[in-house]
Design a protein around this ligand. Structure first.
Ligand SMILES: Cc1cc2nc3c(=O)[nH]c(=O)nc-3n(C[C@H](O)[C@H](O)[C@H](O)COP(=O)(O)OP(=O)(O)OC[C@H]3O[C@@H](n4cnc5c(N)ncnc54)[C@H](O)[C@@H]3O)c2cc1C
Length: 379
């Protein structure tokens, strides 16, 4: 176990209770039907976690990476898909506005995002530019007191439900000439959700492609100055990578719990699976790996909350936790035999869901590039 303060324990208990009541009973259904649990999402607003890192002045909880990761872990144990949508809203949209927008923009947009009246998304990736995000081609051109935006954004979590999109665009020829806008989807002519994307996992989290065709966005909605957004992107990355790793921690823990239960219930050769040494080894390995993941991740969250976490360390967590959770989820399927491969137990869904965490918010290969570049440039 990791040491949590009494406040963090209380948050964990509230999230555990919410996850068991609002997410667990319908997680399988939303996965099968590829539907979004909008009802639970709105209730998260009442719980006070939709703006977990936002300033209390705008209705937020004013907390940090540890608190946000606690939510991800507890929700991730039962419904990683809904958790991913929560992450896109709270970390990718709300936290970006909190970290980068002006006081006027925060006052205008945060209160409704924090209550859940509005749903948020964040758009960097494009059909032709994923890992090479800085090569993005969605262009914004100044036209009086507006900008005209043209281009497409791909793989956008919450696309179909988003009221607000935190949008990255190109405003110049140099790679670093990136500029962000807060786009009100309902009041932006030329904006549309051009495609719904069907996925292997995270199926209760809606994903779509966004199109901007001569979309007019007020210059007042530009975040910072033109060309500021490389800095905006970097500023949010550490907490994004820590919190998405929190979903993988939840998935790994859920697999361990499910395996302990199943190994004691299922009998073969006249005794429970738990009495076979190979099964004992599997459970011991996956449980100890999960504990290592927990300690590494919450230690980094603690450091982030103290303002002392490096880009390298966050990339290390984002590289290792999702990768380890995929291995643990595959072992959990193995331990369940044929039942593990069927839809009767949650382990196959947890494995499908976790695979996304090795891709989204920067792939494993991109994390390796960041870590290696940072370390090998030290002399
Ligand atoms: C379900 C889901 C939700 C998402 N949500 C969002 C969202 O809300 N907002 C958003 O902006 N984006 C989102 N993404 C996009 C995600 O961040 C990208 O998919 C990811 O960055 C990878 O980009 P890509 O898919 O274009 O793959 P590519 O960049 O084309 O990569 C393909 C493969 O090549 C590897 N590769 C690429 N470059 C190198 C290199 N230099 N060296 C070695 N290997 C390399 C990659 O690691 C990968 O294995 C989401 C994606 C998914 C699947």
């Amino acid at each position: 176990m990791w040491y949590f303060t009494p406040e963090e324990k209380a948050l964990r208990d509230v999230c555990l209770d919410f996850a068991n009541k609002e997410l667990a009973p319908v997680a399988e259904k939303h996965d099968t039907e590829e539907t979004f649990n909008l009802e639970a999402f709105k209730k998260m607003g009442e719980l006070g976690i939709l703006g977990i890192t936002a300033d209390p002045e705008y209705g937020g909880a004013g907390l940090g990476a540890t608190a946000a990761t606690i939510v991800m872990e507890e929700f991730g144990k039962v419904c990683p898909g809904t958790t991913l949508s929560y992450l896109a809203h709270s970390m990718l949209c709300v936290n970006n506005i909190e970290a980068n927008a002006s006081a006027e923009q925060k006052e205008k947009y945060l209160p409704k995002l924090v209550t859940g009246e509005h749903i948020g998304a964040m758009a960097i990736s494009e059909p032709g530019h994923g890992s090479d995000a800085m090569g993005m081609q969605c262009k914004a051109k100044k036209d009086g007191d507006h900008y005209i935006i043209n281009g497409n954004k791909m793989w956008i979590t919450n696309a179909q439900y988003a009221d607000i999109v935190y949008l990255y665009t190109r405003t110049g020829e140099a790679r670093k000439d990136l500029t962000t806008f807060i786009v009100e989807t309902k009041n932006t002519p030329g904006f549309s959700v051009s495609k719904e994307i069907h996925k292997m996992g995270m199926r209760s989290s809606p994903t779509g492609e966004l199109s901007f065709e001569n979309a007019r966005v007020p210059a007042l909605n530009r975040v910072g100055e033109e060309g500021d957004s490389t800095y905006h992107m970097m500023r949010n990355l550490e907490i994004e990578r820590l919190t998405i790793s929190g979903i993988s921690l939840g998935i790994a823990q859920a697999c361990v719990d499910q395996c302990i239960k199943y190994a004691n219930e299922r009998e073969q050769f006249g005794k429970p699976l738990a009495e076979f040494q190979m099964i004992q080894k599997m459970v011991a390995e996956m449980a100890s790996e999960t504990e290592m993941m927990r300690h590494f991740l919450y230690n980094l969250c603690y450091l982030w909350d103290k303002g002392d976490v490096s880009n390298t360390a966050a990339a290390m967590a984002k590289l290792q936790l999702p990768k380890m959770a995929t291995k643990i989820a595959l072992d959990a399927i193995q331990l369940h035999g044929g039942y593990g491969y069927s839809r009767e137990f949650p382990v196959e869904r947890l494995m499908r869901d976790n695979k996304l965490n090795e891709i989204g918010a920067g792939t494993n290969e991109v994390m390796i590039m960041i870590i290696a570049k940072n370390l090998l440039s030290q002399r």
